[in-house]
Design a protein around this ligand. Structure first.
Ligand code: ZN
Length: 288
């Protein structure tokens, strides 16, 4: 068996320039696909995914407004160099909280966003990537009700405390304990920091497998941002490889504006290719 490895790139939207995507991934070997988590109606927010001269507009820009990007994604979907997931609806915040935590009418946001993405790209989309990696109980339920597969952490937070949810959580906890790199006391300290305080800089190895939860399949991703080092991400990869597992790294195309980030990303890709029998896949293939 080989390690399956997917690259998830978040925030692509109608404001995104194709040239920026091409620049970001220019050094990737031709057989390595990128899976874009696309925002179908991105709001004119003050954020790196929107040009700063558009921040003040009261506009949500539909993906169909960017023909170059549609062509780029369609070509990629056709030749297998890219895959597409749904990344919220507008990526807005509500009272400072993420869209699928505090937003209203979440089932309709999924339905309208998915429909626009599928119609515009002429491609079925059934993987959901939550904006800001955050979901409330309502957010999880909306994704489940839509029958979409999900990139998310298997904690019982914001989930019904059913035997199924607790079983998956305990298996995840056991996996983390079995694959810890320090003693039991530091494991408990790490677990406390990770879950209770939400400190995701702690190294808690993710279970590199699919899990069935609340009626659909989920998988965990590992983030590589401008602000976190690459070595812990490599350790997650090592654990995934040791289990012939599945690995998904989550990045943002706008982080590649930072050369140091770009170097860390390509260091990870080189590390995977030179140490493991790795098969690079689109995100939906991870679910197979
Ligand atoms: Zn995002």
């Amino acid at each position: 068996m080989t390690l399956q490895f997917a690259i998830r790139d978040d925030d692509c939207n109608a404001f995104t320039e194709v040239a920026e995507l091409e620049r970001a991934y220019a050094r990737l070997p031709a057989d390595v696909p990128v899976s874009f988590a696309v925002v179908p109606y991105h709001a004119s927010l003050e954020c790196p995914a929107v040009p700063d001269d558009r921040w003040d507009e009261a506009e949500r820009r539909p993906l169909e407004a960017n023909e170059d990007l549609i062509e780029y994604l369609q070509d990629g979907l056709e030749d297998g160099s890219c895959a597409v997931a749904l990344h919220g609806y507008s990526h807005e915040r509500f009272d400072g909280r993420p869209e699928f935590v505090a937003g209203t009418d979440l089932p309709s946001r999924i339905e309208r966003g998915r429909e626009h993405l599928e119609k515009t790209l002429e491609h079925e989309v059934d993987v959901f990537v939550p904006p800001n990696n955050s979901l409330s109980r309502r957010g999880i339920q909306a994704v489940k009700d839509a029958g979409m597969r999900l990139c998310y952490y298997p904690t019982p937070v914001n989930r019904p405390k059913t035997p199924e949810v607790l079983h998956v959580f305990l298996r995840d906890l056991w996996f983390k304990y079995r694959n810890k790199t320090a003693g039991p006391v530091s494991f408990l300290r790490d677990a406390d920091r990770f879950w209770r305080r939400g400190d995701h800089s702690v190294f808690m190895p993710v279970r590199p497998m699919l899990y069935e939860l609340q009626g659909s399949t989920e998988i965990t991703c590992v983030s590589l941002t401008r602000h976190n080092p690459v070595d812990p991400v490599k350790r997650h990869l090592d654990v995934a490889a040791a289990h012939d597992g599945k690995f998904c790294v989550a990045v943002h195309y706008h982080a590649f504006r930072d050369d140091a980030f770009s170097d860390r990303f390509y260091e990870l890709i080189d590390y995977a290719r030179s140490n493991y029998d790795v098969e690079f896949v689109g995100i939906e293939e991870l679910f197979e």
